[in-house]
Structures are given as structure tokens and as C-alpha cells.
Design a protein around this ligand. Structure first.
Ligand SMILES: [Zn+2]
Length: 73
């Protein structure tokens, strides 16, 4: 994938967590599942076997990470 900022080739990788990975419009007082925040986007649901893992591309030039959500659907 080409970086949309500098057009360099980005490095493929993953972001892993022991918890659900989600994006929210603002920081919440309590860590919690997206279930409790209607504006949240779940990047990776938690799995007891695998944990949470989402594919991401990194640009070392711009120090940006790009994440696809919704398994590409
Ligand atoms: Zn870049």
C-alpha cells in the first residue's frame, strides 16, 4: 500500500491487544467495549483464543498507521 501522505510504500503489520480494539470520538472514563459507546467503531472484536488483532500499514516517513476496519467488508 502506498502512503496517502508521501506516496512511499508502507510496511504491512498487525496491532494486537488482549482486549477489543476500538476507535471512539473521545476518550472514555472507563475502558470498555464499543457496545457501551454508540459512536465507536470496532477494529477487532476480542477472541478468547486469539486475542484481538487488526491488520495495519505503517509509514516510517510520516509516522502514520493506517487501519482497515470491518474485515474489508
Ligand atoms: Zn508517508
Amino acid at each position: 500500500m502506498k502512503c496517502p501522505y508521501c506516496d512511499n510504500e508502507m510496511r504491512y503489520g498487525v496491532i494486537q491487544s488482549q482486549h477489543e480494539i476500538n476507535w471512539k470520538p473521545k476518550k472514555s472514563k472507563l475502558f470498555g467495549a464499543a457496545l457501551f459507546n454508540r459512536d465507536a467503531i470496532v477494529l477487532s472484536e476480542f477472541s478468547f483464543l486469539k486475542g484481538s488483532c487488526v491488520e495495519a500499514y505503517c509509514c516510517d516517513n510520516c509516522r502514520k498507521i493506517i487501519i482497515d476496519y470491518g474485515d474489508g467488508k
